[in-house]
Design a protein around this ligand. Structure first.
Ligand code: MN
Length: 317
């Protein structure tokens, strides 16, 4: 994915003590255009919730019929983050400047670590049919890791557990005494929750994490709030679990993590700390420096948007 929206500054205040009462809030996603006509629901960043642990970006795309265009995000750069791509339906082809060329299908994880800099493209294969439905998330890399060398990993198999009537895939982190193979640099978790109906139970949570749940399909009652696609529920740290219920088929994605205690600056596809770093990364992309080309992609790469970094500090989290 690529973020066409430009300027925001996101300080993330350090919160060493959990809220006395584990607060719950829900908020609406907003529509964003990936630039090729594919509209997505952007849940993060949100003006009321900049991040959830290290998770700083969350797009929910589809379901769409790929005959109507599908996904076509031309080569673009990233720094300072990891991307997590997870599909419910369809297929996406990833190419990157390290030379990786990888198709991803439902139940598999594509994890790209941008570190000091990587470029990639994401597209529906030309022969693709049917529907495309999934999420893409970014995590911010902490100060000690954000300039590391770039990397890409494809995980075709992930731990799966049955918890009551929920089929859970462990995408990132540790849960239910299982461990995801995904390389991550800040305490975090991501779970895919598939519910066939008749779900009424507690989902265990790690108390020192904050969490958020996005419903991808159907309707899920979370801590007494009815959540449907287009709405995110945020759960503050300090909970051992959350009550979830669903009478019919539903699909949800849960993310969580230790509150991220570094001030992050996000612009376009860059996660950095200062406007100077953003400017340098943008200039490097414009001049075909630093970022290598993405081999095999047919077409032009994305141009960087105009740089208008505002000095606005957004204090809400
Ligand atoms: Mn991207």
């Amino acid at each position: 994915m690529s973020d066409l929206l430009a300027d925001r500054k996101m300080p993330t205040p350090c919160r060493r003590t959990p809220a006395p009462v584990a607060a719950v809030k829900t908020f609406a996603t907003r529509n964003a255009d990936l630039g090729d006509g594919l509209m997505v629901r952007r849940a993060l960043p949100h003006r009321d919730q900049r991040m959830v642990g290290p998770w700083c970006f969350l797009d929910h795309f589809g379901p769409v019929d790929v005959a109507d265009g599908g996904l076509r995000v031309a080569p673009h750069p990233h720094i300072g983050l990891q991307t997590v791509t997870w599909l419910v339906e369809g297929e996406v082809l990833h190419r990157d400047s390290l030379g990786n060329h990888q198709a991803i299908f439902p139940g598999q994880l594509n994890l790209m670590t941008a570190g000091a800099g990587i470029a990639h493209s994401e597209e529906s294969p030309v022969q693709a049919r049917g529907r495309l439905h999934g999420v893409q998330l970014w995590t911010a890399l902490p100060e000690t890791k954000r300039r590391r060398e770039p990397a890409f990993a494809h995980h075709p198999e992930l731990p799966r557990v049955r918890h009551g009537n929920i089929d859970i895939t462990l995408v990132v982190g540790d849960a239910f005494d299982r461990h995801s193979p995904a390389l991550c640099f800040w305490p975090a978790v991501a779970l895919d929750l598939a519910m066939a109906g008749d779900v009424e139970q507690a989902l265990p949570l790690q108390p020192d994490f904050e969490h958020a749940l996005l419903v991808l399909d159907g309707s899920v009652d979370v801590a007494g709030h009815k959540i449907r696609p287009g709405r995110l529920i945020h759960l503050a740290p300090g909970r051992n679990g959350v009550h979830v219920a669903s009478a019919a088929h539903a699909r949800a994605f849960l993310i969580g993590g230790a509150p991220f205690n570094e001030t992050v600056l996000m612009w376009w596809n860059f996660v950095a700390r200062t406007p100077e770093e953003i400017r340098a990364a943008r200039n490097a992309w414009d001049k075909h420096e630093h970022f290598r080309e993405v081999p095999g992609y047919e077409g032009e790469r994305l141009a960087s948007p105009p740089l208008t970094l505002r000095r606005t500090r957004l204090s809400a989290r």
